[in-house]
Every structure is written in structure tokens, then in C-alpha cells.
Design a protein around this ligand. Structure first.
Ligand code: MG
Length: 160
């Protein structure tokens, strides 16, 4: 087997009532919240699925079932630390990750570096291996109509 593997993850949450959203482990003040069992952090959920995907370990729903009350309002950074632990236990670590947030609002740019630092801290890697970007969908589709927020993540994992 090779010494590198790639993974991909994608996540969506609908907006609902609330006054903030969690993204990349960072609280962002906003006129809406997200509908979710956990804290609804699409960046972390997509990244967890990318990490799990790289090692063919299933998906976040299998490891943290929404039906399990212990994950109600969970801080998604715990999911990320758990997924990272699964990697490390098997002799792998994150090489780099590239994440794209898709929404019209809130504005993501001002929070990108804070998110990168928070994700790097949770994964115990250098900040410069974590990329967070953002785009809109030009007002098209569910993100364009402001109905929700999405995130894509790809990662490379390497042998420790
Ligand atoms: Mg999710």
C-alpha cells in the first residue's frame, strides 16, 4: 500500500432560529442558527468525513449517530479529535486539508484564520497545513437562497 491516501467529505445544515453558528470550531455571530443534533459545524463534519474516508473507516453518522443522546448539542471538536485519534492509532496523520465553505451569508473571510488555528489545534498539526476557503453559489440553489450552509473538505493523510 502507498504511504499517502486521500479523503473527501461534504456536509450541509439548514439554517434555523438562533443567533450564531459554529464553523471550524469558531462561534460566528449571525442572525440565524443551524438545525442540528450536534452544534451543526459543517466545516468540522466535512473534515471528519474526509479523515474517515481516507482510511475507509465509514462516515461521521456511523461513529456519532444522531440518534445517540450523548451527541446532543455536542461540540464538534470532540468528533474531530476522535477521528484524528483513529488515524494516529493506525500510524497515519493529516498531511494537509483543504476546505471550502459554501454560503451567501455570513461572511466567512474574516474568520478563516481563526478557523484554521482552531482546526490545527484540535488535530495537533501546524496551521499551514489547513486551508479554509469560501464561495457563494451566485444566489443559486439552497445555499444561494440562504436556506443553509455547506462545506466540502479534501485531505491527504500520510504515514507518521
Ligand atoms: Mg453535519
Amino acid at each position: 500500500m502507498t504511504d499517502v491516501r486521500i479523503g473527501h467529505g461534504f456536509d450541509v445544515h439548514a439554517f434555523g432560529d438562533g443567533d450564531h453558528i459554529m464553523l471550524g470550531g469558531v462561534r460566528i455571530e449571525f442572525g440565524r442558527g443551524v438545525l442540528a443534533h450536534s452544534d451543526g459545524d459543517v466545516v468540522i463534519h466535512a473534515l471528519c468525513d474526509a479523515l474517515l474516508g481516507a482510511l475507509a473507516l465509514g462516515d461521521i453518522g456511523r461513529h456519532f449517530p444522531p440518534s445517540d443522546p450523548q451527541w446532543k448539542n455536542a461540540d464538534s471538536r470532540a468528533f474531530l479529535r476522535h477521528c484524528n485519534g483513529l488515524l494516529r492509532a493506525r500510524g497515519w496523520k493529516l498531511g494537509n486539508a483543504d476546505i471550502t465553505v459554501v454560503c451567501e451569508q455570513p461572511r466567512i473571510g474574516p474568520h478563516v484564520d481563526t478557523m484554521r488555528a482552531a482546526l490545527a489545534s484540535a488535530l495537533d498539526v501546524a496551521t499551514d497545513v489547513i486551508s479554509v476557503k469560501a464561495t457563494t453559489t451566485e444566489r443559486l440553489g439552497f445555499t444561494g437562497r440562504g436556506e443553509g450552509i455547506a462545506a466540502h473538505a479534501v485531505c491527504l493523510v500520510v504515514r507518521e
